[in-house]
Design a protein around this ligand. Structure first.
Ligand code: MN
Ligand code: MN
Length: 474
């Protein structure tokens, strides 16, 4: 079975729409490099399109009816949006889902130290990373510091041209004989990923009456003291405030077009903000819906969908119950019916076929960059362990929907059998007894600091989500 090359199916008008969507996507990536920033970007976008906060509607005792748009945010890191359809919610929803966390390096809770003429932040990486990819490149620091009085300091350093950046050092090649013999997983160890944040000692006032010993004591860590001085001056924060901070280290810089033909995008965090963006945009742009449309964009996928903001949290189920309460449909049974009768596209990036590493893929069942929206009947590893398995009946339903509207799509497995594998949030929603399939966009160098996607796939996946959103359901 040959699949189409998406680019070849577009006329001039579609190419124009494609470029417009991708420009918006690039801004989305650049403005949301952490899950918190991503939520801010999404809320700003959807509020201009008439979405109202669920919690304030509850407080005001408002009711919801067909056409109403509502959203709920969980701890600034996950969001669920609903667009109420003509049909009762108990008949099920069409659900788009994706995740907005990405692999990165986190700052530890007691991070600041000085060593050998440098001030450092000690770190602990988040998600599956090839640690050697994160050294010797410009890094930015994003996140929040929450002080005891409840004030939140937002940090975003390294993205503007005149901002400083940070970096993790690597050993010079001249002395790396022993290092180069090591396995790739050991070349750079987790504890070696500490971030260099300064090297200039503070000057202490050498007043006559000052205690000389104390002066010497302070001078021992004069570089660290210099950093603390800057943090105090700029952010009014003390060293202790790192205890209640969430600081994330990400590649510095914007998403770029790649290739002479500008057909690709090279950017940080496309796993899985590419599916989050296209799902959100499709939800906003789709015109007529019969069933209630839901979009859930969650945190913590990269570490197992755990915690209050991960997909395993009751947050989503609670929001469904609250929304049904406002539509006047709430009962325990109706919530269960709604969830069980829903259909979901659980989206995440797929491993794009990489000709340089062809032996890791089975070509007939690989996802190709530029060949449209990807569906994975199952994910998992080895004997499909940990997989969601989408039903053949559901796949047939989707084929009909997409073929009728001329959407270019492909089916794939994540690499060759027994080479590796992976999973996403599909199996968690499937626990409600609903139809779920893994879908999304093919990516090259997934989980690297800079990941690549095809602009055509971004556009085609967005179109596919719109067609799904209009569907009558199973
Ligand atoms: Mn992912
Ligand atoms: Mn991932």
């Amino acid at each position: 079975m040959e699949r189409k090359v998406t680019w070849e199916t577009y006329d001039a008008e579609q190419l124009e729409k494609l470029e417009k969507l991708n420009l918006e996507y690039r801004n989305f990536l650049d403005n949301g490099k952490t899950e918190r920033e991503c939520i801010d970007t999404i809320v700003n976008t959807i509020e201009t399109e008439g979405y109202q906060e669920l919690e304030s509607l509850i407080k005001e005792g408002k009711k919801l009816a067909a056409g109403d748009k509502v959203y709920s945010v969980c701890m600034n890191k996950s969001i669920v949006m609903f667009r109420i359809g003509e049909k009762p919610m108990a008949e099920g929803m069409n659900i788009l889902g994706a995740h907005i966390d990405s692999p990165r390096i986190d700052v530890k809770q007691n991070p600041l130290y000085e060593e050998g003429g440098f001030a450092y932040l000690d770190t602990h990486y988040y998600g599956g990373v090839k640690k050697y990819q994160w050294v010797a490149l410009p890094l930015a620091l994003h996140g929040v510091v929450v002080k005891k009085d409840g004030t939140t300091i937002e940090m975003n350093i390294g993205e503007n041209e005149d901002d400083p950046v940070f970096f993790v050092s690597d050993l010079l090649i001249h002395l790396a004989g022993e290092q180069m013999e090591k396995k790739a997983s050991k070349v750079i160890e987790g504890e070696a990923l500490d971030l260099i944040i300064g090297s200039k000692p503070i000057k202490f006032a050498a007043e006559e009456e000052q205690d000389k010993d104390k002066d010497k004591e302070q001078a021992k860590e004069a570089i660290k003291a210099g950093i603390l001085d800057i943090l105090k001056e700029t952010y009014d924060m003390e060293e202790e405030d790192f205890l209640s901070a969430e600081l994330e280290i990400v590649p510095a810089g914007k998403t770029r077009e790649a290739g002479f033909d500008r057909s690709l995008l090279l950017g940080y965090g496309q796993d899985d903000r590419v599916c989050a963006f296209t799902s959100m945009r499709a939800m906003l742009d789709v015109e007529k819906i019969e069933k209630t449309l839901c979009c859930i964009l969650v945190d913590k996928e990269e570490i197992g969908s755990v915690g209050a903001t991960g997909m395993h949290s009751r947050f989503f189920e609670n929001a469904v119950a609250e929304v049904m309460n406002l539509t006047g449909e709430y009962s325990e049974l109706n919530v269960r019916r709604c969830l069980a009768r829903s259909a979901m596209l659980s989206s995440d990036v797929s491993a794009g076929f990489d000709p340089s590493y062809a032996s890791c893929f089975e070509k007939k069942n690989a996802a190709f960059v530029g060949k449209g929206m990807v569906f994975n009947k199952f994910t998992g590893s080895r004997g499909k362990s940990g997989s969601n398995d989408a039903n053949a009946e559901y796949i047939a339903y989707l084929r009909k929907l997409l073929d009728e509207k001329g959407i270019v799509y492909q089916t794939a497995e994540l690499g060759k059998v027994d080479v590796g594998g992976g999973g996403t949030i599909a199996y968690i929603l499937a626990e409600y007894g609903m139809n779920v399939i893994d879908s999304g966009v093919a990516v090259l160098n997934m989980h690297a600091p800079w990941e690549a996607t095809s602009k055509a796939d971004v556009y085609e996946t967005y179109r596919g989500y719109m067609v799904f959103a209009e569907g009558a359901g199973m």
